[in-house]
Design a protein around this ligand. Sequence first.
Ligand SMILES: C[S@@+](CC[C@H](N)C(=O)[O-])C[C@H]1O[C@@H](n2cnc3c(N)ncnc32)[C@H](O)[C@@H]1O
Length: 292
Amino acid sequence: MSADEHLAENSFLQIEVLVTAPCREALIEILWELETLGCEETGESTRVRLTAFFPVSEETGMLKQQILGRCKEQGWKPLQVSQKLIQFSPQEWLDRYSENFRAFAVGDSFFIYPSWGHPSPTHPVNILLDPGHAFGTGTHESTQLCLLALESSVSGVSTLLDVGTGSGILTIAAQKLNPMLSVFACDNDPLAVEAAHENFLRNQIPSLNLLVGEPATISSQFDLVVANLTAVIIQDLASEISRLARKYVIVAGFTSEQGPSVLESLKENFELLQTFSRNGWLCYKLKSWQES
Ligand SMILES: C[S@@+](CC[C@H](N)C(=O)[O-])C[C@H]1O[C@@H](n2cnc3c(N)ncnc32)[C@H](O)[C@@H]1O
């Protein structure tokens, strides 16, 4: 890598915007919509300074004007805007921005944001997530498809089991969508359970029903079982999932080619209700034959 390339790779555009406190929420929305990698906030009661970081690209030069334009559209003007190029070493960036994980929305309900981000005022379910070493930042299609499936599934059920909870994202989403729901989660990776535990705490979800282990170790039944795994693992666990799910199952983590074999493994006990798909990934919502 040349010195110039190395410099460009570690460079970020830092834009600082000072606004009066009532403009804070709108400015945060604007910065996320312009795809900031993350933003930090300092300020007192009347004025707020937001420092946002952006990747350096051909469009970088337009960002300051875009921010000013968007503020003007809303009928106000920042008190001050400044920008500069800054450098972070890869480790500094990783420490600070945990692999560039930035906030984003899924469907109409969910907004997932890291600890250095801000909740969305326009989404009903905000999920504060730091993935640690676990899978499940919500950026993968299979996680997003499960979130979309949960959006329309959790209102009519009272218990849920999340098999392979990873970062805990699906359990947190389900609990926030339906606070009356009793949620349970397991993962056979102790590091994932540790990350899920931290994320439950961040989102004020009790960790009482979070365990390290396989679904075979669980004896209760649940109205809804959600399992974002892989085609092979779902097929291996099909009889356990069938035993644990009283009414519905949401499964994901497989491609369109693998869909038929996943369905085959569950068809004795469940019928297909709905298919969600994105970029070649699938998610099935199934209903127990015994559920009329
Ligand atoms: C693809 S990740 C899904 C994480 C999260 N639920 C999501 O939707 O983003 C799959 C998770 O399942 C866990 N897992 C794999 N096999 C498992 C099994 N047999 N029992 C319990 N957890 C398992 C993995 O450790 C991993 O955290």
